[in-house]
Design a protein around this ligand. Structure first.
Ligand code: HEM
Length: 414
């Protein structure tokens, strides 16, 4: 792949985001902390620099919602958001010490022990989904497995009926698209309508859970107290629900779908995994490293500082590119290649690190393990169906996920 003149690099363009790996490598070699020309945005691509930034929230703040919530230039979009609830800082865009107040409310629900306790139920869901197409010879795996599985899991946890899957998917797509900032004006209008609809739906559910509490996350968020005994405001609770929904759906779907494609494209790795199922946890880490569904995140410099020898002025925004760090050759030898037995695969940055380390990391790992085990045990002879797979990704600057995945397979004798 030929090198690009960095002064002409349009890093966030849909073309670069579709096929970014040669650009990541060039940046790592030539300008690992690269200021986008004419902006106050610095793109950070080396593993060690990313780690340093995300482990230091006092110098590199997560209060970057100005980048996400900037009033749209479109009046209609703003007026639609005006009919919903205000967006407030809770988890992802909140700094310590305040961040801890919100995080404590949900940590217990996502603890390792509780997630392990959910494994049997997730296996059951996975088998039910596979049952619905196992007697066919090819399947739209994205829509009949990778999308519904995480949505069913999170809907159960939130206390939303599974029949609401289309709504949850729509709301989560809209939130992800808004976060990723590559939406057209028409899409922005639709996203605004969907997000406001989401807010009103969950505001109603919060009211119901306040009247008669149940054992689910919405009920916990509706009834648990912070700040010496007050309930969360609706915008606080809605902000947390929205993050759990979006962060928990798109990313897990992308990891399962991307993992299947990686195993198809690396048949010797797939054969090894089929022969040695004990390699599964490592394979999942390797898939997370290579796929990195959350490709990057923002930070804001709180003071004049320096990273990787580059001066960063107060107020500058840093794009920490997890997907680039996860292929940094100084940490992961032959980083673009899949090796399910890679010893340090679990050092990847796919879940971030430090204060904002992914709340759902254990859940995502468990879902991936269950999903791949079910697929590997019950189907074999996987192939991409010709003419039905673009292998392209949804345009988004923060999240990366396939837009289609149709596979041919044979049912195993199990
Ligand atoms: C493969 C799947 C997943 C990936 C790749 C992923 C990735 C990430 C990353 C990179 C961060 C850190 C962002 C930062 O440093 O600013 C994060 C945070 C977060 N994730 Fe995940 N995630 C996944 C699954 C989930 C699931 C299943 C849930 C919830 C059920 C979830 C909920 C969250 C939340 C709420 C945060 C914000 C945490 C905080 O700021 O304290 N994620 N995730």
């Amino acid at each position: 792949m030929s090198k690009i003149e960095l002064s002409e690099l349009d890093f966030f363009s849909a073309e670069v985001q579709e096929c970014p790996f040669h650009v990541y490598q060039q940046l790592q070699e030539e300008a690992p902390v690269w200021q986008m020309p004419g902006t106050n945005v610095f793109v950070v691509t080396r593993y060690d620099d990313i780690r340093e930034i995300i482990r230091d929230p006092s110098q590199f703040s997560s209060s970057f919602s100005a980048l996400l919530n900037t009033g749209s230039s479109n009046e209609e979009v703003n007026s639609i958001y005006g009919q919903g609830y205000e967006m407030v800082e809770t988890l992802l865009t909140q700094d310590p010490p305040r961040h801890r107040v919100y995080r404590n409310l949900v940590n217990k629900v996502f603890s390792n022990k509780r997630i392990e306790g959910m494994r049997n139920e997730v296996e059951k869901m996975s088998h039910e989904l596979i049952d619905s197409w196992i007697d066919e010879s090819e399947v739209d795996l994205l829509n009949r497995f990778c999308v519904p599985l995480p949505i069913y899991v999170i809907s159960d946890q939130l206390g939303v009926p599974r029949s609401e899957l289309p709504l949850i998917k729509k709301w989560s797509d809209a939130s992800a698209s808004r976060l990723g900032r590559l939406a057209s004006e028409e899409e922005q209008i639709q996203n605004a309508k969907d997000i406001v609809e989401f807010q009103h739906y969950f505001a109603g559910l919060i009211d119901r859970m306040r009247e008669s509490p149940e054992d689910n996350i919405i009920s916990d968020l509706a009834n648990n107290t912070i700040d010496e005994g007050r309930l969360l405001t609706k915008p606080e609770a809605l902000g947390m629900i929205q993050q759990i929904l979006v962060a928990g759906n798109e990313t897990s779907t992308s990891a399962i779908a991307g993992g299947v494609v990686l195993l198809i494209q690396n048949p010797e790795q797939q054969a090894m995994l089929r022969q040695h199922p004990d390699l599964l946890p490592g394979a999942v880490e390797e898939i997370l490293r290579l796929e990195t569904p959350t490709t990057g995140m923002w930070r804001r410099a709180t003071a004049d500082t320096e990273i990787g020898g580059v001066d960063i002025p107060e107020g500058a925004f840093l794009m920490v590119r997890f997907a680039a760090g996860n292929r940094d050759e100084s940490i992961f030898r032959d980083g673009g290649a899949m090796s399910i037995a890679r010893e340090n695969a679990d050092s990847h940055l796919a879940f971030g690190q430090g204060t904002h380390f992914c709340l759902g990391a254990q859940l995502a790992r468990m879902e991936l393990q269950v999903a791949l085990t079910g697929l590997l045990n019950r189907t074999t002879d996987w192939a991409l169906v010709e003419g039905k797979n673009s292998l392209r990704h949804s345009p988004n600057v923060l999240l990366r996920g396939l837009t289609d995945l149709h596979i041919a397979f044979k049912k195993t004798a199990h």
